[in-house]
Design a protein around this ligand. Structure first.
Ligand code: FE2
Ligand code: FE2
Length: 273
């Protein structure tokens, strides 16, 4: 299975780079599945139903969220009729939506998409390790799923690495989101799970985490109320992770980062061309 994960889509420039690049990449690399984190797609905060549909139409099979999941209040309602939309599994019981989704690829392979949220330097949540364990027990690799992608939405690298080792050998790919900065620690762990602490964002890097840099800078300099954060409007970099998964085992065999467009250095996988 050829799998592409795309990190947090931020605002209009992030949506534009996904709409412009993803259909071509899907075809050129003959991708079997694409999963996109879209927690910042609507004006930098949350996701609307129309944008969710747009991201699926561009070539995503599933969409993940994060701490901004419900910033657009509509999400509390439309998430219930969005079977390919996944919010963190360790929200308290009763939170709308689902923490995992099983999607079928064109070839008929079953991809389980799970998201958990970290607790270090983040809002208090249920235990992400226990939540992940539960989701994997309900749909184990090799039995109920042909491949499993876990999006760990977390601030601390330590927590993401620990979750990677916790899931090693039980999932195809465990990738971090939320920090909006791609890390260079992408690798296949000893048990066969592809890992990267953070995939980075699909957004304008001439910014502070995808937001127009003036207001964040002002808030660091002056501790007084200011204006709303607005997404930076320059050309975005498409950031993500390309993983090839062995069809027999569901474990990773190849991994490479993807950075395309905007102001970050370009890198693309060399094994699908
Ligand atoms: Fe984000
Ligand atoms: Fe986040």
């Amino acid at each position: 299975m050829r799998l592409l994960f795309l990190g947090d889509v931020v605002g209009r420039s992030g949506r534009t780079v996904v709409a412009e690049q993803l259909p071509g990449l899907r075809q050129a690399w003959r991708l079997d599945a694409v999963v996109t984190n879209a927690e910042n797609a609507a004006g930098g905060f949350g996701l609307t139903e129309a944008i969710y549909e747009e991201i699926l139409a561009a070539g995503s099979d599933a969409v993940t969220l994060g701490n901004h999941a419900f910033d657009q209040r509509d999400a509390l309602v439309f998430i219930e009729r969005a079977p390919r939309l996944v919010r963190p599994a360790n929200y308290p019981a009763g939170t709308p939506g689902r923490g995992a989704a099983l999607v079928e690829t064109a070839k008929g392979q079953r991809l389980l998409v799970v998201q958990v949220m970290g607790r270090v330097f983040m809002d208090a949540m249920d235990d992400p390790f226990a939540a992940l364990d539960r989701e994997l027990a309900a749909c184990p690799l090799g039995r109920s799923a042909d491949a499993i992608l876990v999006d760990v939405h977390a601030e601390a690298t330590s927590e993401k690495q620990a979750l990677g080792h916790f899931a090693d050998g039980r999932v195809s790919l465990l990738v971090g989101t939320h920090t909006h900065v791609p890390t260079s620690d992408f690798r296949i762990l000893p048990g066969g799970t592809a890992f990267q602490s953070d995939a980075g964002m699909c957004g304008d890097y001439d910014s502070v985490l995808g937001m127009d840099k003036e207001e964040p800078l002002r808030r660091f300099l002056r501790k007084t109320p200011g204006v709303r954060f607005e997404p930076a409007a320059g050309e975005a970099t498409l950031c993500g992770l390309a993983v090839e998964i062995d069809d027999a085992t569901g474990l990773a065999v190849r991994i490479a980062p993807v950075r395309l467009g905007g102001c970050l250095s370009r890198t693309l996988p060399d094994f699908w061309t």
